[in-house]
Ligand binder design. Structure first.
Ligand code: BES
Ligand code: MN
Ligand code: ZN
Length: 486
């Protein structure tokens, strides 16, 4: 589906479906030249998610879709994303080849023209997202074009940016959705390389030989039970102008997590294809960075591996040594994400030395219990970073919720036979905090946020543009928004 912006004065271009949003109390009225019968518009109230399709008897649009946005005072960009996504899906269901979405002046006055453009483009593009690589005969798609119409110029700028963000999200989703036999650590590395091809972005890939030289015993320890060799991906982006500082984004890239010797139950184990969602978010962010100009030097580091119970696998109790010399007893081989991240964080500290580190990981089942599928857990070392990320999450519909990291959590990760252990002992509970506590000493004193996206990476309640069983691409848009506004 092609998505474009078109400046709108009075004439609607020819289209199969024209989607018109309205708030409660507004009159449903079609633009000049679009002839609707009286019945077509009676009792359209503008209530949230209300839809009405009416046939036009004459004019450039064959059909009109009225879509209710609810109370004007409660309007936000999330509702616009949903309007756009639902309209595109309705157009598809109606067999339309083209759809046009109108962004009226009143919406732009309420939310700002650029934000309206971003939200509509994101909603339309992501509402049309499909993953059919696995089908031998993918379902044909009739809907070929979507036009966003507005008399307000700023909407066009927004549409361009929204497209960049939606494509970054789709890139992340595609990586997530590929099954583990079709997306291995080497494939993730290849995806990172493809991002660097077009310039602007540099890439460096470490293989096992490099990892051994650097002493990444934790990452290698996770990978050693698999036939698939691990990779560490390092992407970097430099702004054209003066840089405001250095940021490192770190992603957990487990292309499959069977649990290893501490093997997982078989039900839903296929979902562990998504255990690379942190890496997908980081690569997605770089997908957008290629096309934007954010004023930060940004590094992306992804620790890519499988976690399998092969004959050479790490056994519970084994001790491995991190790149910084810290020794770790692996008491549960299923707590592998923190191990690969620890070496990635050591790498960041010794090679990049950023001002700020943000890691994203599908780290704990516990965060799903605590926060469900609509909120990612956030552990932030400064209030400033916490508030910035909260704001970026609200704007992008990728919401976060702060969680605590206390000394008692850190103490619980001290080892019996080694410096640290990879699971807490006793009755600590707070599994997500324990995961964060394991990572903390590998970050040191830098400004840092750890985002546990185990609940949000897939499986959310459907919201038209996101949600459901497929990967959500969570993180990429939020990170870019944060980099743009910081
Ligand atoms: N990748 C999982 C976490 C996960 C579980 C994400 C379910 C999404 C849904 C992670 O590697 C893991 O297995 N964590 C363990 C940690 C435990 C052994 C301390 C968990 O959460 O059970
Ligand atoms: Mn695991
Ligand atoms: Zn995992």
């Amino acid at each position: 589906m092609k998505l474009t912006f078109q400046a709108f004065s009075s004439r609607v271009p020819n289209t199969h479906l024209l989607a018109l949003p309205l708030c409660e109390g507004e009159k449903p009225h079609a633009p000049q030249g679009v002839a609707l019968s009286k019945v077509g518009t009676t009792d359209v109230k503008g209530e949230w998610k209300e839809t009405r399709v009416a046939d036009a008897s004459a004019g450039p649009a064959r059909r009109v879709l009225f879509y209710g946005l609810g109370k004007k005072a409660q309007l936000d960009v999330e509702k616009l994303r949903r309007f756009a996504a639902a309209s595109v899906q309705r157009a598809e269901a109606l067999g339309a080849e083209s759809v046009a979405l109108l962004a009226p002046q009143s919406l732009c006055d309420a939310l700002g023209a650029e934000r309206v453009g971003v939200a509509l483009a994101e909603g339309a593009r992501l509402g049309a997202y499909r993953f059919d690589e696995g089908k031998s005969k993918p379902k044909e798609r009739k809907l070929a074009s979507c036009t966003i119409l507005s008399a307000v110029k700023g909407v066009g700028t927004g549409v361009e940016k929204g497209l960049v963000l939606a494509e970054a999200n789709s890139f992340a989703r595609d990586l997530q959705n590929r099954p583990a036999n079709l997306l291995t650590p080497r494939d993730l590395a290849a995806a990172a390389r493809s991002l660097a091809k077009a310039g602007r972005i540099a890439v460096q890939i470490l293989d096992e030989v490099d990892m051994k030289k650097m002493g990444m015993g934790l990452l290698l320890g996770v990978a050693q039970g698999s036939r698939q060799p691990p990779r560490l991906v390092h992407l970097s982006y430099k702004p054209k102008g003066k840089s405001k500082g250095v940021v490192a984004l770190v992603g957990k890239g487990l292309t499959f997590d069977s649990g290893g010797i501490s093997i997982k139950p078989s039900a839903k184990m296929d979902e562990m294809r998504y255990d690379m969602s942190g890496a997908a978010a980081v690569l997605g962010a770089f997908h957008a960075l290629r096309k934007l100009d954010v004023p930060w030097e940004v590094h992306g580091v992804c620790a890519c591996s499988e976690n399998m119970p092969g004959g050479a696998a790490t056994k519970p109790g084994d001790i491995h040594t991190a790149m910084n010399g810290t020794t770790v007893e692996v008491l549960n081989t299923d707590a592998e994400g923190r191990l690969v991240l620890a070496d990635a964080l050591c790498y960041v500290n010794s090679k990049i030395k950023p001002d700020t580190v943000i890691d994203l990981a599908t780290l704990t089942g516990a965060v799903v219990v605590a926060l469900g599928h609509e909120l990612s857990g956030m552990f932030a070392s400064t209030d400033r970073l916490r508030d910035e990320l909260l704001a970026a999450g609200e704007e992008t519909g990728e919401r976060l919720w702060p969680l605590p990291l206390l000394d008692v959590h850190k103490d619980a990760m001290k080892g019996q036979y080694a410096d640290l252990k990879n699971i807490s002992g006793g009755d600590l509970g707070a599994g997500s905090s324990a995961g964060a506590a394991f990572l903390a000493p590998f970050v040191g004193e830098r400004e840092w946020a750890h985002l546990d996206i185990a609940g949000t990476a897939w499986g959310g309640t459907p919201r038209d543009w996101v949600g459901g069983p497929l990967g959500s691409g969570v993180g990429a848009r939020m990170l870019v928004r944060w980099l743009e506004t910081r």
